[in-house]
Design a protein around this ligand. Structure first.
Ligand code: PLP
Length: 396
């Protein structure tokens, strides 16, 4: 397995910057994870749930009309949006839920931004009979009312977080604080490839199924490897899971797409790699949007799931060694991309995913007809239709 090292580092990034009170919990979690991941009955349980409950494997298919319209590379879609609950987050939630149960925990807590990880956590908690508290910024609760109600229907307690910008980073801080207070019976289900070691490693392990399937499916169809993989990056879990099976294939270009919000030359964006600097944020050393005094800056994106000033340490590392490239697209470009994909392929993508689509709209026409791009459709757009409606009304 590639990194992290014994200290949880990916090159200079990662690690475990947490209060002493959390150290033991993280060490216990790491031990339990290492046991489970090598344990055949754990793997069988997880595999069964992924297949029978979540709907894996997800399909990979060619977006023929979109490819023809753009007139360049052939575009393929890896359809994580078809999973139960509508996004890739269920892969990780099922894995961490089973892990929590193996560790004898009775409760889980989770943070959420768009609400997708909260819904996935609440879903898995119901499935496995665990109680569930989800911490969510007030601003995100307002933007994602349907997901709040979904979590409540599933029996979860949604706890509003009123500090800071009242978005994902504040919810993450609060969830970590709460975990310290109740660590004995409670597992913290982290929703992206961020946070202190071992979380980036755990989340990657539960998301790498995306890339593993993609590799097999693409080889079976085309008898070669794709040229470019494109995924959106919030904390980086769908992207790292998608990239993982291809990192050692130097011919495959890996592209992560961040949110440029209103533009990289404004203060309103979430482009952590493009504009961030190294710093410690939420338990690990990575790139972070911060001012010169190390104050974390508020992020902005039309999509709540990308509205995060940090990024997983492995992405910071892949950028550092130039193995992956990170680009940014604006709210406007993402919104346009939603419509292009919808009208050519009959798929309404999540606003997060739309960022990856927007980049494909730019790069595909510049590539030859025999080149192949695979796009990770991280989630479906049902949760975002009211945001999309409001955007269209404001820009009519
Ligand atoms: C949460 C979310 C993201 C962003 O999270 P990552 O950890 O970067 O994958 C992207 N797409 C969808 C649909 C999401 O729900």
């Amino acid at each position: 397995m590639r990194g992290p090292d014994a200290h949880g580092r990916f090159g200079p990034f990662g690690g475990r910057y947490v209060p002493e009170t959390l150290m033991n919990a993280l060490i216990d979690l790491e031990q339990a994870f290492r046991q489970c991941i090598d344990d055949q009955s754990f793997q069988e349980d997880l595999h069964t749930l992924l297949e029978e409950y979540a709907g894996r494997p997800t399909s990979l298919h060619e977006a023929s009309r979109l490819s023809d319209a753009l007139g360049g590379a052939r575009i393929w879609l890896k359809r994580e949006d078809l999973l139960h609950t509508g996004a890739h987050k269920i892969n990780n939630a099922l894995g961490q839920g089973l892990l929590a149960r193996r560790m004898g925990k009775r409760a889980i807590i989770a943070e959420t931004g768009a609400g997708q990880h909260g819904v996935a956590s609440a879903t898995v908690a119901a499935l496995l009979g665990l109680t569930c508290h989800v911490y969510m910024g007030e601003e995100d609760m307002r933007r994602q009312q349907l997901n709040v109600f979904r979590m409540q229907l599933l029996g979860a307690h949604v706890v509003p977080v009123t500090s800071g910008t009242r978005t994902l980073k504040d919810a993450g801080n609060e969830a970590l604080r709460q975990w310290v207070a109740q660590v004995e019976h409670t597992a913290y289900m982290l929703g992206s490839a961020v946070g202190p070691h071992p979380y980036p490693m755990i989340v990657r392990a539960f998301q790498r199924i995306i890339g593993k399937e993609t590799r097999q499916q693409f080889l079976a169809r085309c008898n070669t490897l794709p040229d470019v993989l494109v995924a959106c990056v919030g904390g980086g879990s769908n992207a790292i899971g998608f990239f993982d099976a291809f990192v050692d294939d130097a011919s495959v270009q890996l592209i992560g797409v961040e949110a440029a919000g209103s533009g990289l030359d404004t203060d309103a964006h979430a482009a952590t790699v493009s504009k961030g600097t190294p710093g410690v944020f939420q338990g690990s050393l990575s790139l972070v949007l911060q001012d010169r005094h190390g104050q974390v800056l508020p992020a902005h994106s039309i999509s709540a799931g990308l509205d995060y000033p940090g990024i997983g340490p492995e992405h910071a590392y892949l950028h550092h060694i130039n193995r992956a490239q990170y680009v940014a697209v604006t709210d406007d470009e993402a919104m346009h991309a939603v419509e292009v994909l919808a009208r050519h392929e009959g798929i309404i993508a999540a606003l997060e995913t739309a960022h990856a689509v927007a980049y494909v709209l730019k790069c595909a026409p510049r590539m030859p007809r025999d080149a192949h791009i695979v796009l990770c459709v991280s989630g479906r757009g049902d949760k975002d239709v009211s945001t999309m409606m409001a955007y269209k009304e404001a820009h009519a």
